[in-house]
Design a protein around this ligand. Sequence first.
Ligand code: PLP
Length: 354
Amino acid sequence: MSKFLSSRFADLKAYTPGEQPQNMQYVKLNTNESPFPPPPQVLAAVSEAEVSKLNLYPDPDCRELRGKIADLYGVKTENVFLSNGSDDILNFFFMAFCDENRPVVFPDITYGFYQVYADLYRLPRTVIPLREDFALNYRDYCGIGANVVIANPNATTGISIPVSQIEEILQSNPDHAVLVDEAYVDFGGESCCRLIDRYDNLVVCRTFSKSWSMAGARLGYAIGSAGLIEDLNKIKFSTNPYSINRLTLAAGSAAVDTYDYFRQNCSVIAENRTFTVAELEKLGFETLPSSANFILTRHPGRDGRDLYEGLKSRGVLVRRWDQARIKDHLRVTIGSRAQMEAFLAALNDILKGE
Ligand SMILES: Cc1ncc(COP(=O)(O)O)c(C=O)c1O
């Protein structure tokens, strides 16, 4: 830390992203990326012609892509907001809607960035423990009188709740903003996008990083009432109006045009998830019920760190945390069938002591 850093940030603990090894080949199951590359149409969109326009700024309003996303979800362009990955949108949500008089609540086990943003903006917050079985009890959030941030399916656990429960949270907190982070919804959850017409306090946050195979492009989108989207735009245009570059806009637009390709990939991931969970059970693992492209699993007789290290030394990268409730769990991205077989074979070796 230099002597120049504002004292406001002296104690800030930055988010630690999952490892992104640049020069070693791992079976990479640690950051919930898609194993499938984007389709040729996306490649073609990021063409020489588009690259040759890099001397010009991109459209700060992202009109074309917002329009296409609006059509996809049956909403209006004014209900769609785009920015540089959904992390950027989460940041704007915390910046725009939370302050010392508008606290925020989120679960104890969830996407780690919520805590970081709450720290960054020095927000009063309530961290609500998930139930013993890691399910989120929606009643804990009803009428809570604070802004609510939940991931559905929940990050880390993969467990989802029905839209009817989200609706109760929205209904009972009419004067507070509710962010539902649907980063993983395409793998088996139920989206609450259709509620935006009825609840002006709802922001649904989504990403091109997972089901859309474009984590490297950095593209996220939010769907919400026109008023909330206008507020998010106010913050975006007060920080970095060109937060999405020209190539990413073109790639996103081509991706939406090839929607069926991504839907098909999501079905393959769901099949691979079923396969992996069944195989893990045979090895004695206990896995939480996941609607996402990852699972949270543990072996009752094994230390989580040992398993993590054992997998890594065999070329398989997964994710784990020191947080007490999940320290013996591994979070494993569901990849291709070949990747999952390599993961299971490595686990088998570890359990046999080879
Ligand atoms: C629940 C959740 N939300 C948001 C993100 C951020 O995604 P991105 O910034 O790549 O859109 C992630 C990434 O892992 C996540 O797990």
